[in-house]
Design a protein around this ligand. Structure first.
Ligand SMILES: Cc1cc2nc3c(=O)[nH]c(=O)nc-3n(C[C@H](O)[C@H](O)[C@H](O)COP(=O)(O)OP(=O)(O)OC[C@H]3O[C@@H](n4cnc5c(N)ncnc54)[C@H](O)[C@@H]3O)c2cc1C
Length: 407
């Protein structure tokens, strides 16, 4: 049996991108997936701007259905705002199939990976195939990730979604903006958001929550909200009942520690990319961009003969460096919210407070839309300094509150 340089388990966006860059570098690479493509993968199909550079293609080169948007409609705390920014929607099953077919790898589809064995020569044996390097790209329940069960400091997020055909005239009449423009509903407690995306004669609706147990109720309340606003066509009730759920992990810096398991002698190893590693954006839960990015960075590390450099390359990439900033920001915001909940003081109603509330709601909506479009932090170094300052202040003020602390 011929030995592959690399076998990728999972042909989603992470696996197919990794395979493509490896094949381009001249490696013998195979992809095994239990599904036959095109396959349904729950995904609303939103792509942020940096993805095309990572894939080394222009949006115009993509032959499938594509909706470019330049306005994001965000509703939060009962107030709606139209925020100019830019991104794309595609249909997930078409896009994944396109990426996999163009990868140039040997495809083994309809083959579920069960046992994974390492033989005496240091080669991996998987589903009748042998390889030196094994890449886990099997999503949340990836069989390769199970080999060394990387630590997950936080639970997964829960998502419910459905994409269905509907009358294009009715969609055009009820949608909030133009075709392809997303309507996002930020949940009042900021523990998740819901979306309603018109794609000409298709609608994609869904909800994601930080706590998977809350996702069903959150969807019911979002559905009532969209219907009350008249933003969903009539006679779609049966479709709106047909939501399907899934869960996956957001980026956490600890996840990067589980990215590789490389032989001390450097002969081969195993690696995780995309959802199998848990890389989705810490606030928006965007997963396709980090999936393709991690696939590409791993391929480049293996092709350079330096697979152990993969986690460092990942952490140093500007997209992941921004995820780290968003992660820290989220932690600081949670810490402040916990303090506010503990304090019994209620802010007095005053024109200044109302102004601050309106301004912070606007900043929040604009910031979310901006992240949704994949924009980079404008002044990352300054932002890091501000985050360090906030961390320092939080640590100091909790010391002074602790019993025996300095008042
Ligand atoms: C409802 C929902 C909506 C989302 N919407 C968006 C969005 O709009 N934009 C965005 O950026 N992200 C979105 N995400 C996240 C995004 O879909 C994922 O982060 C992304 O698909 C991850 O890609 P991946 O290649 O790592 O894994 P996947 O796309 O999950 O691919 C994994 C592949 O591995 C295969 N596999 C699994 N186990 C085995 C096995 N034992 N043997 C063989 N093959 C196996 C599967 O069949 C699958 O094809 C959404 C997620 C959900 C749940």
């Amino acid at each position: 049996m011929a030995v592959l340089d690399v076998l990728v388990v999972g042909g989603g966006p992470a696996g197919s991108t990794c395979a493509r860059f490896l094949a381009k570098a001249g490696a013998r690479v195979g992809v095994v997936d239990r599904a036959r493509f095109p396959r349904v993968k729950l995904c609303s199909g939103w792509l942020s701007t940096p993805i095309w550079d990572v894939l080394e293609m222009s949006p115009n080169d993509y032959p499938g259905g594509r909706w470019e948007w330049r306005m994001c409609h965000v509703r939060y705390a009962g107030e709606g705002r139209a925020i100019p920014c830019r991104g794309w929607f595609i249909r997930g099953f078409e896009f994944d199939d396109f990426l996999l077919r163009r990868s140039g790898a040997d495809l083994h589809l309809g083959v579920a990976v069960g046992d994974i064995v390492r033989d005496g020569d240091g080669l991996w044996s998987v589903a009748g195939l042998r390889c030196r390097h094994l890449v886990g790209a099997g999503g949340t329940h990836c069989p390769v990730a199970r080999l060394w069960a990387p630590a997950r400091p936080m639970g997964p997020v829960g998502v419910q979604e459905h994409e269905f055909r509907a009358d294009p005239v009715a969609i055009a009449r009820t949608r909030l903006g133009r075709d392809g423009e997303p309507e996002l509903l930020l949940h009042d407690d900021l523990s998740g958001y819901s979306w309603n995306v018109p794609k000409t004669d298709w609608l994609n609706v869904g909800t994601g929550t930080a706590d998977p147990k809350e996702v069903r109720n959150a969807w019911q309340s979002a559905r009532a909200n969209f219907l009350a606003a008249g933003h969903l066509p009539a006679n779609t009730e049966a479709e709106l009942d047909a939501m399907k759920g899934y869960s996956y992990y957001l980026y956490h810096p600890e996840h990067l520690r589980g990215a590789t398991r490389v032989d001390p002698d450097g002969r081969g190893g195993a690696y995780l990319i995309g959802d199998s590693l848990g890389l989705a954006q810490p606030l928006t839960a965007e997963g396709i961009l980090p999936a393709v990015l991690s696939g590409r960075l791993l391929a480049e590390a293996i092709a350079a003969g330096a697979p152990t450099s993969y986690p460092t390359r990942l952490a140093a990439h500007p997209v992941l460096a921004d995820y780290q900033r968003v992660f820290r920001l989220r932690e600081i915001a949670s810490s402040l919210r916990r303090r506010k909940a503990r304090s019994s003081a209620v802010a007095p109603r005053s024109p200044a407070n109302s102004f601050l509330t309106r301004t912070s709601r606007h900043a929040l909506s604009a910031g979310f839309a901006w992240m949704f479009s994949g924009a980079r932090f404008p002044a990352p170094r300054l932002f890091d300094i501000a985050l360090d300052g906030a961390d320092w202040w939080l640590a100091r003020s909790s010391e002074s509150r602790a019993p025996g602390g300095v008042a």
